[in-house]
Design a protein around this ligand. Structure first.
Ligand SMILES: Cc1cc2nc3c(=O)[nH]c(=O)nc-3n(C[C@H](O)[C@H](O)[C@H](O)COP(=O)(O)OP(=O)(O)OC[C@H]3O[C@@H](n4cnc5c(N)ncnc54)[C@H](O)[C@@H]3O)c2cc1C
Length: 456
């Protein structure tokens, strides 16, 4: 929001302590879900705090409805490389009838669509099965520190008032690095010019005639190219228009939201977000109007859902002892402290376009390791925290590295590692940065995680 010199002093107050947990996880997206499930699975008392009334993060709140990054193209053989907690969630989604078979993207990789309602229910069940407590409708607003490197409590605002929740280890899976920023951790935003990946307002259509639409994900971008020659303007190239589980329902990923200066809307700025929500809905309706008029199969369709929030791809990225880079992704880097793998390429949502960069396919193994060091936030003077981990799209990556590993698959991997590391730290193995790596990797592998060390 625009800064102002005006301020006032609030009265000091006593804040009630409403919880005391081994592990406190902020955020119910793929990273938070996996972190909470992993810590719960190892018998820790866990609270997951989420500002909405449902889980899934951008996957539900922003209408993403599609998993990327679960697979890699390993020397020409496309296989699932993210397992562990993700397998449990996928099985629950499938049992609810809400999971598509994987579909091919650019002939190179697989993605897998799902129904939003099924994801919400499957995620509830997943966490309850591991005895995780969930506090919905709670916005985290600050921390109380024990020392410069140790967090004592997370502060939340709810309809019942302000409260403090004590924890022994905290996992920041807020996507925006809120918890780490409250604790004073180092972070970056955007590229060298401060430009983040552009946000998108997703929307879904119902009443599509799938037979007439055919392979619309191929034909619509070509139709758009022709329309542009006639002077029609679109927010960006690279439209993704694809069917969900039931072929009458399609998702549309095409909008691109700028601020008043023409730069990507900052998803951690309340005023810009507010303007972005309105502009996102305007663009959604304008593109729907185009589809209805010009794309075969869409004449009788209607907009069945504009999701609760604008889809935010990138805000704060925490700076840990290692930042995953674009070179790591494209060159399929290996790390001794691997906690799992990312097989999704660079997907840079730049002004007016989506720019893809892939590892050599089929020459390479098609995935990079994700190092544990990505999950360790640092204080302003470069010390790692004793009891704070970060997982998901706000973990330690460069702007371009984040454009790949931010997708759901990488977030599940980071989340499961963070929850497991929290458990091991509490099991008498020291601060989160000091737990024995071999123990972390053996525990993850025992829980079904693929560490990616068997393929060169
Ligand atoms: C438009 C768009 C399309 C995308 N398409 C795909 C795709 O097709 N496939 C794919 O795999 N990925 C896709 N992604 C990326 C992917 O959805 C996200 O990067 C991923 O969800 C990030 O997971 P996360 O757990 O790190 O954070 P998030 O999913 O952002 O979850 C963070 C959670 O924390 C909560 N939270 C945040 N701050 C607070 C607070 N202070 N207090 C309480 N709760 C808080 C939020 O409500 C949210 O539920 C897309 C993203 C966007 C925006």
């Amino acid at each position: 929001m625009a800064t102002t010199a005006r301020s006032l002093t609030e009265p000091a107050r006593q804040t009630p302590i409403t919880g005391d947990y081994d592990v406190v996880v902020l955020g119910g997206g793929p990273a938070g879900l996996a972190a909470a499930a992993a810590a719960g699975q190892h018998g820790r008392s866990v609270l997951l705090i989420e500002r909405y009334g449902f889980l899934g993060g951008m996957g539900t709140a922003a209408g993403v409805t599609n998993f990327c990054g679960l697979h890699a193209n390993v020397h020409g053989d496309i296989r699932q490389v993210v397992h562990g907690v993700a397998d449990d969630l996928l099985a629950r989604l499938d049992r609810l009838g809400g999971l598509n078979p994987p579909h091919l993207v650019f002939g190179k990789i697989l993605a897998q669509a799902y129904d939003t309602a099924a994801y919400k229910c499957a995620a509830d069940d997943l966490l309850l099965s591991h005895k995780v407590d969930i506090l919905f409708h709670a916005l985290a607003t600050g921390v109380v520190m024990d020392s410069e490197r140790r967090i004592k409590a997370l502060l939340t605002e709810t309809k019942s008032g302000r409260s403090a929740i004590l924890g022994r280890v905290f996992v920041d899976a807020s996507g925006d690095g809120d918890l780490a920023a409250f604790a004073g951790a180092r972070f970056e935003k955007g590229d060298a010019n401060g430009d983040t990946l552009y946000p998108t307002m997703m929307f879904r259509l119902n009443g599509v005639d799938a037979a007439k639409a055919g392979e619309a994900w191929r034909s619509i971008p070509l139709l758009m190219d022709e329309a542009e020659k006639r002077g029609v303007k679109f927010p960006r190239k690279g439209a993704i228009v694809r069917p969900q589980k039931h072929s009458i329902e399609w998702r549309v990923n095409v909008t691109q939201i700028k601020n008043a200066q023409g730069r990507a809307v900052d998803g951690s700025d309340a005023a810009e977000l507010s303007q972005g929500e309105i502009e996102g809905r305007r663009q959604a309706m304008a593109f729907f109007d185009y589809l209805r008029r010009e794309a075969p199969g869409f004449a009788d369709a209607y907009v069945v859902d504009i999701p609760p929030q604008l889809g935010v791809r990138e805000t704060r990225r925490i700076v840990g002892p290692y930042q995953l880079t674009a070179d790591d992704v494209v060159n399929c880097a290996s790390f001794d402290d691997t906690i799992g793998v990312n097989g999704w390429p660079i997907e840079n949502h730049a002004a007016g376009d989506v720019i893809w960069r892939w590892p050599d396919i089929p020459g390479s193994r098609g995935f990079n390791h994700l190092p544990y060091r990505m999950l360790l936030p640092q204080t302003a003077d470069g010390h790692v925290y004793d009891n704070l981990l970060v997982a998901g799209r706000c973990a330690s990556m460069t702007h371009e590295g984040q454009s790949a590993a931010r997708v759901s698959g990488g977030c599940f991997v980071m989340g499961q590692a963070a929850g497991t590391a929290a458990h091991l730290s509490l099991a008498g193995n020291g601060a989160v940065a000091d737990i024995p790596l071999q123990m972390l990797q053996d525990t993850l592998a025992g829980d079904g995680v693929y560490l990616g060390r068997d393929v060169a």
